[in-house]
Design a protein. Structure first.
Lengths: 106, 262
């Protein structure tokens, strides 16, 4: 299983703009490289990242081969109510990982 | 010419040599600085924030390995050592340490492998493998903020002196010694990069150039290749002696494991 790190405030004021930072371990093999024997190394990347809040999609990113290993994605949202963020990474080779984080809005 | 005459003629030469060596003195303790001080703003931010530091992924892997059963005895690290947060605090800050059975110092990687083979009945992990780096990073992080405290062990002295000799010895096609960059010319530039003082405060660390985490020995190998010198095998006595000297040179400086470097 890939390791993921999520950073977001545990508490926020209503209407406050919060920053969410995510980091996941993944080799991100571009698919353009060849092995020592000249065989192409198949592409193995995360191609979609989706963040939902209480079931509603709030952020989505499409990832392409020109990205570093261990993709780090930062984005902002407005805290409206308490609830659960769900983060899902999907990619080549049926890669799929979901993490969740809670926030309390006062 | 008799031997005595030769010795008498050589004596002034030896004095001059001693004076030259003294001129290449080590950095005074209060002028030492971690490589962190020369980082750019963004890289500093990356190291300071545990959710942005990619080396923390290795820490999570290490944490999982710490509690997972392995080897013939089916024991986990945690069954003997308990919670690493207390039992491993300050451990990485005092390695390499003397091993009585081998009659020489061993580094943290070798200590972990010794435990695996003798107590867990497991296969030793390869140097620089994912699992080895995960464990050394996890153990290393428990010493974050702790001062580097090389063991006060007289048996280590000859090995540390051997490490010091390697550090001051010119080698490779470029005929460079470690000290020429890291003692005599730190803070100046080598190509576009600031030359650091080479204190091993943050290993294993995430190096942006490597796009991965790596050990101090990988860094030493990197430097030796840059000097066009022959590098040693991972885990060789030469590297461990050098590690021993570098840790002594950085004594008292706080550990930063896992650090981020460009």
């Amino acid at each position: 299983m890939a390791r993921a790190l999520i950073n977001l405030p545990a508490k926020a004021k209503r209407g406050e703009i919060i920053t969410i930072k995510t980091l996941i371990s993944h080799v991100m093999e571009s698919g353009f490289r060849h092995s020592a024997l000249g065989v192409r190394i198949p592409r193995d990347i995360i191609d979609t990242f989706v963040c939902t809040f209480n079931g509603e999609e709030i952020f989505r990113a499409a990832l392409h081969p020109a990205i570093a290993a261990n993709p780090f994605i930062t984005f902002h949202t407005v805290a409206t109510e308490s609830g659960t963020f769900s983060f899902q990474w999907t990619g080549d080779g049926a890669f799929s990982q979901t993490e969740t984080a809670k926030i309390v809005v006062e | 010419m008799t031997a005595a005459v030769v010795l008498r003629r050589l004596a002034p030469a030896a004095l001059v040599l001693a004076a030259v060596l003294a001129a290449h003195a080590e950095i005074p303790l209060n002028e030492r600085r971690s490589g962190y001080a020369d980082l750019g703003r963004e890289t500093k931010a990356m190291q300071d924030d545990d959710t942005a530091n990619p080396a923390m992924l290795a820490v999570l892997d290490g944490e999982a390995l710490w509690t997972s059963k392995t080897g013939g005895t089916g024991r986990a690290c945690a069954e003997c050592h308990g919670d690493a947060k207390t039992s491993m605090k300050g451990v990485a800050a005092r390695y390499p340490a003397f091993d009585a059975k081998l009659s020489r110092p061993i580094n943290l990687d070798q200590r972990i492998n010794q435990c695996r083979v003798e107590r867990q009945g497991a296969k030793p992990l390869a140097y620089e493998s994912k699992d080895m780096l995960a464990l050394t990073t996890y153990v290393g992080m428990q010493s974050r903020g702790e001062p580097i405290t090389p063991p006060d062990d007289a048996r280590l002295t000859p090995f540390r002196e051997a490490g010091r000799a390697t550090y001051f010895r010119r080698q490779g096609q470029l005929n460079l010694a470690c000290s020429q960059c890291h003692d005599d010319n730190w803070s100046k530039k080598l190509a576009g990069n600031i030359i650091p003082q080479a204190h091993p405060t943050g290993y294993p660390l995430y190096r942006l150039e490597w796009q991965s985490i790596g050990s101090l020995q990988r860094r030493l190998r990197n430097c030796l290749i840059g000097m066009r010198a022959e590098h040693y095998e991972y885990g060789s006595p030469e590297y461990v002696d050098l590690e021993l000297y570098l840790m002594w040179r950085a004594r008292g400086m706080p550990m930063e494991t896992p650090a981020v470097r460009p």
